[in-house]
Design a protein. Structure first.
Length: 174
């Protein structure tokens, strides 16, 4: 490993954690989910939002991102992590995969969860607005994009693993 992490970014419900675990297993690399670090160190994300607000959550999320990138391997970032300019700067030194999902698929993936940013209104409409707002940032920092809307996740995992191997060969040749 060259010290570069493989970082998965994208909106809530795109499958960053599920895909990340499988990719890490396929590549025999450690897997880190920044949301899990936040929960480990600070408790439930919904409680953080309620008690301290989004700004506080983003500051502890930033620390989780730094920790995860230092570990390396495969890293799944929370959907809003890329809003932080320092995180975007950090991502330039890593391989970044954007996972997307179509709005008509998202309802079944986000239902029943404790997602503070989706509380208080139609969750799919809110998700769509958040994704539309963040999409330019996601696309700016991503090296490649995979859509998880259809087909088995195994196909997405295989595509990412193939891309990683091809990228490693390109780096060796240059």
């Amino acid at each position: 490993m060259t010290g570069r992490a493989l970082v998965l970014i994208g909106p809530m419900g795109a499958g960053k954690t599920s895909v990340g675990r499988r990719v890490a297993r396929a590549l025999d690399r450690p897997f880190t989910d920044t949301d899990k670090i936040v929960v480990r160190d600070h408790g439930a994300i919904a409680d953080l939002f309620t008690t301290h607000g989004e700004a506080h959550f983003r500051s502890v999320e930033r620390l989780a991102v730094q920790e995860a990138l230092a570990v390396g391997g495969v890293v799944a970032l929370g959907g809003g992590s890329v809003l932080d300019p320092a995180t975007r700067d950090d991502l330039r030194r890593h391989d970044v995969v954007l996972l997307t999902v179509q709005p008509h698929i998202i309802a079944s993936r986000i239902g029943g969860g404790a997602r503070p940013l989706l509380a208080g209104e139609d969750p799919v409409a809110r998700w769509t607005r958040i994704f539309d707002e963040r999409r330019p940032v996601y696309e700016q920092v991503a090296d490649i994009t995979f859509d998880t809307s259809t087909g088995p996740l195994a196909d997405v995992v295989a595509g990412i693993v193939d891309w990683v191997h091809a990228d490693a060969r390109r780096q060796e040749d240059s």
